[in-house]
Design a protein around this ligand. Structure first.
Ligand code: 13P
Length: 253
């Protein structure tokens, strides 16, 4: 099954609005000059979203958020609801990034609630999974990722599966410059597809888009993206440098 490639930039807590505008303007200009073959998304900080929505109105670059509340509205100081994201045209949201799991106590249960609420409002989740260095060293990486998949995806109905993107991001590869090898990444992607296939069948599992994330850069993107189970990349640090991000997009197409 041929799955479209998606290159998504997760800017994390980086760039002021004016820095962000400079960066996104370069991407818009590049895309106008030579349309991207891969699908491209950017997830800047919340403060940029409204401004970026206007800029990206006539562009194929998709606007994503880095997080969302699991509640719809009410007295939840500091939270942002799916209704607010939908109102400004957000189409994807990163859910349960390992930094949210690690620093903000996000569990599989919370991830499930967030995924349910955004799917209900027709926004697509990019659900992040991945093991820590200790998990890998103790050979628990498959078990950890299986639990992250079954605890969330197995609780959803069949028709929701094609609307979900998975991002496999081994924690030991995030921001460390230590990338998973193409074989390590592809093996885990294939494992994830098997786990999903066991519950939902091979057809739906075959449609599932699985991104790799963790120190993806212009130099390693080509090899990673050529692997059969790697359907794109979730890029952190390298998405903050326009040339580097554009080279990764190029490598996908
Ligand atoms: P780096 O590309 O900086 O390793 O970050 C990956 C990531 O966490 C993307 O969500």
């Amino acid at each position: 099954m041929k799955r479209p490639k998606l290159i998504a930039g997760n800017w994390k807590m980086n760039t002021t609005l004016s820095e962000g505008i400079k960066l996104v303007d370069i991407l818009i200009h590049a895309q106008k000059k030579s349309p991207f073959k891969a699908r491209v998304a950017v997830a800047p900080p919340y403060t940029h979203l409204s401004e970026f929505r206007n800029k990206l109105m006539n562009s194929s670059i998709c606007l994503a958020a880095q997080n969302v509340s699991d509640k719809l509205s009410g007295a939840y100081t500091g939270e942002i609801s799916v209704l607010m994201l939908k109102d400004i045209g957000i189409r994807k949201v990163i859910i349960a990034h390992s930094e949210r799991r690690q620093y903000f106590g996000e569990t599989n249960d919370i991830a499930l609630e967030k995924i349910k609420i955004i799917l209900k409002h027709e926004i697509h989740p990019i659900y992040c999974v991945g093991e820590s260095l200790t998990d890998r060293e103790k050979d628990r990486h498959y078990a950890v990722v299986e639990e992250q998949i079954t605890a969330v995806l197995y609780k959803l109905s069949d028709e929701k599966i094609p609307k979900i993107t998975i991002a496999y991001e081994p924690v030991w590869a995030i921001g460390t410059g230590r990338t998973a090898t193409p074989d390590q990444a592809s093996d885990m992607h294939s494992f994830i597809r098997d786990v999903v296939g066991k519950r939902f069948g091979d057809d739906l599992a075959g449609q599932l888009q699985i991104l790799y994330g963790g120190s993806v850069n212009a130099a390693n993107a080509g090899e990673l993206l050529s692997m059969p189970h790697i359907d794109g990349a979730l890029v952190g640090g390298a998405s903050l440098k326009a040339d580097e991000f554009l080279a990764i997009i190029q490598a996908a197409g």
